[in-house]
Design a protein around this ligand. Sequence first.
Ligand SMILES: Nc1nc2c(ncn2[C@@H]2O[C@H](COP(=O)(O)OP(=O)(O)OP(=O)(O)O)[C@@H](O)[C@H]2O)c(=O)[nH]1
Ligand SMILES: [Mg+2]
Length: 303
Amino acid sequence: MNENCKSGFVTLIGRPNVGKSTLMNHLIGQKIAITSNKPQTTRNRIQTVYTDERGQIVFLDTPGIHKAKNKLGEYMVNIAEKSIKDVDVILWLVEPTTYIGAGEQHIAEQLRHCKKPVILVINKIDTVKKDEIPKFIDAYKEVCDFAEIIPVSALRSNNTDTVTDCIFKYLPYGPMFYDEDTITDQPMKQIVAEMIREKALRSLDEEIPHGIAVCIDRMKERGNTGIMDIDATIICERDSHKGIIIGKGGSMLKKIGTQARADAENMLEMKVNLKLWVKVKKEWRDSDFLIKNFGYDKKQEEI
Ligand SMILES: Nc1nc2c(ncn2[C@@H]2O[C@H](COP(=O)(O)OP(=O)(O)OP(=O)(O)O)[C@@H](O)[C@H]2O)c(=O)[nH]1
Ligand SMILES: [Mg+2]
């Protein structure tokens, strides 16, 4: 065994919208997971890798744990809850509040049984007064036996280095799982699909984004020209939603496409020619076949 190198798996769990994906992107220093102010942004387990001289952390960003209203929701919650069993350290993210609701109690119940180090991360401390923070820490101390409690602001990079330090403290010694240049196991196509979904999430109002999926129909470099042709379809659940996604004279679709293309060009480091289509598939979120078809595969539930 290598006594100098630590390595292991760490899951980020919590209710939707607490900032799990924002924190993970920040800890690895690159934007891989999409983020938005709409709950249930993350739908799959997103695996990323952080390596430094102390060793390697494999992060699993998971969908927010919530009361599922359809099969897609059940799939998402299952991924998050299962991840607890497969990792060395758990990061539980919460909002800065003394009110600990049923959602948090449900998560705490599972953590009490898991016998693994749980680090409680109280995120978004930029939204509260500094002298209030001890109150939140005390409230959460009653809930579970935590290895550590760390107040942070993922958005403002406040105290996030402490999170990495703490994870290394609790990781076992062992060899690295990936070479040191690896950042994620997400296929390029999937990252591009997620970029498009992020722009749609951020541009559209409440109800519609939850019923959206994105499929990449084609992604191919045009000869050796340094131009990537990407054809993608945004799937939604209703004809009325289709109209909104396209917008007046195609304005909304153009906005989503322009923003997604900029992100894709940055990541792929080449020019991107992005064509977007919109299709309706009624109630796809309750169809096992379509859920799988749109990339939410049961295999994802396992590491
Ligand atoms: N003020 C503030 N906002 C934050 C912070 N961290 C994240 N946010 C915001 O909170 C919202 C949700 O962030 P995400 O990272 O998408 O949250 P998530 O927990 O991954 O959400 P799901 O994937 O839906 O479970 C976004 O609008 C973020 O910008 C923080 O430290 N401070
Ligand atoms: Mg997320």
